[in-house]
Ligand binder design. Structure first.
Ligand SMILES: COc1cc(/C=C/C(=O)SCCNC(=O)CCNC(=O)[C@H](O)C(C)(C)COP(=O)(O)OP(=O)(O)OC[C@H]2O[C@@H](n3cnc4c(N)ncnc43)[C@H](O)[C@@H]2OP(=O)(O)O)ccc1O
Ligand SMILES: O=C(O)CCC(=O)C(=O)O
Ligand SMILES: [Fe+2]
Length: 352
């Protein structure tokens, strides 16, 4: 089963569908060379600020105007925050993490049925790393990416190991996502949230991420530096840790500690563009781990592929100059998926 030559690891993980989980289970002493990241892309712990943290916002009283203020402040200053007491039952969160583990525990022959080449639909994709054919060094992560089109489509095509739990997580998060977007729109003087709803949250993608134990975790990354192309990302992480966020306009990073029952929220590029840069889509990355497997489940809340995105008229109303042009959202996303992770470079595609 183990590949005899180092070059075969890519074939084993990417083509044969064993993923990095399959490599991890071989019990290698050293990381295959394909996964060794250049020095500048590895996580340098001397650049991590241990005394700072992103805000943790209590959502138990949504009638308190201070809560909406804290949300908008965090989106402007940090681009990242955690929410607690958000009303999503803890079982829903536990169940989707368990379903993620269950899916990745399946044998490679089962998982590969959902690869880009084999999947019965473009909306379901199992893969490893990010874009292996475009990356100089591979990343230590396997994923299942599920684009929601309809209940019918999901029940037909999503893997049974994780379908119900993923849908339940999406349904139960709907209310709080709408509330967060409404709070963010108020700060931008958008009064009529209904007219913006489909532009802000007209499509959703849920990814199930699996980061297995890694030999030499210091030489690679789970996910490289990137910003999300979503409007907002609604991320559930387990209790292992490893997500790092850039502190705006600095060369330093902040760890996002697991907080039981919390959800991590981050602004994505689409919202940075629509807010003309007021809300910040911040670079983040994930460390590989030498002792524990980790799972995370982001829901990417997006415009629809056919939407044109650009600075909102309400934001430019007072004569503010547009920093971004109008772009077709699917062109923007395709640009993101055409290259390896490259920090904040995707947004140049929309810059004036
Ligand atoms: C995987 O590791 C990741 C992922 C991420 C993701 C961060 C996000 O913010 S995801 C949110 C993206 N937004 C949306 O999905 C909503 C809008 N959707 C669309 O515009 C379209 O559905 C589309 C994504 C552009 C796909 O459109 P379609 O016409 O079906 O085009 P394709 O030809 O199928 O795909 C174009 C190109 O992209 C590659 N690709 C598509 N989906 C994925 C995916 N889920 N994961 C990886 N790559 C994908 C596809 O292979 C095509 O490339 P080719 O070279 O094969 O032509 C953050 C960090 C991570 O580590
Ligand atoms: O696993 C995580 O904590 C974050 C993953 C991530 O950044 C992504 O999937 O876009
Ligand atoms: Fe991300």
């Amino acid at each position: 089963m183990a590949p005899p030559f180092s070059d075969d690891y890519t074939h084993f993980a990417v083509t044969k569908g064993h993923g990095v989980k399959g490599i991890s289970e071989l019990g290698l002493k050293a990381l295959p060379k394909q996964y060794i990241q250049p020095l500048e892309e590895r996580i340098d712990m001397t650049k991590v600020l241990n005394k700072e943290s992103i805000p943790v916002i209590d959502m138990s009283n949504l009638d308190d105007p201070n809560v909406a203020d804290q949300i908008a402040n965090a989106a402007e200053k940090w681009g990242f925050f955690q929410i607690v007491n958000h009303g999503i039952p803890i079982e829903v969160l536990e169940n989707v993490k368990e379903a993620t583990r269950r899916f990745f525990e399946l044998p490679a022959e089962e998982k590969i049925k959902f690869s880009q080449e084999n999947s019965l639909t473009k909306n379901v994709r199992f893969g490893t790393s990010f874009i292996p054919k475009a990356e100089k060094a591979l990343e230590w992560k396997d994923y299942l990416s599920l684009f929601y089109v309809s209940d019918d489509e999901s029940s037909k095509f999503w893997p049974s190991a994780c379908k119900n739990e993923s849908i339940e997580f999406m349904i139960k998060s709907e209310f709080i996502i709408k509330w967060l977007l409404k709070a963010l729109m108020q700060r931008l003087n958008v009064e009529d949230m209904d007219s913006k709803e489909s532009l802000l949250m007209g499509s959703k993608r849920i990814n199930l991420n699996y980061y297995p134990i890694c030999p030499n975790p210091e030489l690679t990354v789970g996910v490289g530096r990137h910003s999300d192309v979503s409007t907002l990302t609604f991320l559930l992480q387990d209790n292992i840790g490893g997500l790092f966020v850039r502190k705006l306009e600095t060369d330093t990073w902040i760890h996002v500690p697991p907080v039981t029952g919390s959800i991590v929220i981050n602004v994505g590029d689409a919202l940075q563009i629509m807010s003309n840069g007021r809300y910040k889509s911040v670079e983040h990355r994930v460390a590989a781990n030498g002792s524990n497997n980790r799972v995370s489940v982001p829901i990417f809340v997006n415009p629809r592929p056919d939407d044109i995105i650009g600075p909102l008229p309400e934001v430019l109303k007072n004569g503010e100059e547009a920093k971004y042009k109008q772009v077709l959202y699917s062109d923007y996303v395709k640009h993101f998926f055409r290259k390896g992770h490259d920090g904040k470079e995707t947004i140049d595609f929309a810059k004036i």
